[in-house]
Write a protein that binds this ligand. Structure first.
Ligand SMILES: C[S@@+](CC[C@H](N)C(=O)[O-])C[C@H]1O[C@@H](n2cnc3c(N)ncnc32)[C@H](O)[C@@H]1O
Length: 255
């Protein structure tokens, strides 16, 4: 059931109507899958595997658990989760883009991969211990629907971790990030891969960051979906780690 909790207003510079968003996002990631790891190395400002791995550990990921990585992309979060868990078979990666799934298949051996949308997970109720999603919160159509799905598939007591880039506090920091992500990185991408869509991806990337709802709204939607202990930890002013816990069974209805 739609909740109207869009991560940002429709970006009509990129697609004409909200109904076109999902198809646009899928095409864009299909068209950039082969370039994604290279450009991620530029726009992630040096944070890479160690940041994803540390965030997973801090949020409570530990050996013996089963993890669902939503929006797996080329597998950057899933690979770190497999390292923490010590078992790739404990990881399922899910994405709407077949191009990204093909890259993840090449990159991370032994994990299960599924093509689906965050808003309709083909995963049984209460069947995973941990749900992660890296840098895709801005791309879902409805945060309320996606978060309700994450809660549904988690066992009681299971945890969610959403990594994102957000606007920093302060005008100077915002202007610097806008210049870097909105101008420098798209230009670099156009120079290095002129026939591909990497420059367009980074244009879109910045527009979604600039238009994204604030951290408080994301935390509110997590609480609204029934998560407890929700919090947002910020590193270097821009890297946000939203986390929460599905309450244990007895508390579920009270959450
Ligand atoms: C910026 S990439 C992030 C990849 C990876 N998680 C990482 O940490 O680098 C975003 C990914 O989200 C996927 N995606 C976007 N919207 C989605 C949705 N509604 N459901 C599932 N995947 C989605 C895209 O296809 C893309 O692979």
């Amino acid at each position: 059931m739609p909740t109207g909790a869009e991560p940002h207003r429709p970006l009509t510079r990129h697609y004409a109507a909200p109904a076109e968003r999902s198809g646009f996002v899928r095409d864009l990631f299909n068209g950039t899958a082969a370039d994604y790891d290279r450009i991620n190395g530029v726009f992630s400002l040096g944070t890479g595997g160690w940041y994803r791995r540390g965030a997973l550990r801090r949020a409570g990921l530990a050996p013996g658990q089963r993890l669902l990585d939503v929006a797996v992309g080329t597998g950057l979060v899933a690979a770190e989760a497999a390292r923490v868990l010590g078992d790739p078979a404990a990881v399922t990666g899910l994405d709407l883009s077949e191009g990204m799934l093909a890259e993840a298949r090449r990159r991370v051996g032994g994990i299960r991969l599924v093509q689906a949308r965050a808003e309709a997970l083909p995963v049984a109720d209460g069947s995973v211990d941990f749900v992660s999603m890296g840098y895709a919160l801005r791309h879902v159509a409805d945060l309320g629907v996606a978060f309700a799905e994450y809660r549904r598939v988690l066992r009681p007591g299971g945890r969610v971790l959403l990594l994102e880039i957000g606007r920093p506090e302060g005008r100077t920091a915002q202007a610097l990030l806008k210049a870097y992500l909105g101008r420098v990185v798209p230009t670099l991408c156009r120079w290095t891969a002129p026939r591909r869509r990497a420059g367009q991806l980074m244009d879109y990337y910045w527009d979604t960051i600039e238009a994204c709802v604030p951290a408080e709204a994301i935390l509110r939607h997590l609480r609204g979906a029934g998560f407890a202990d929700v919090r947002c930890d910020t590193s270097l002013g821009v890297f946000k780690a939203y986390s929460g816990r599905r309450p244990p069974a007895a508390d579920d209805d009270a959450a």
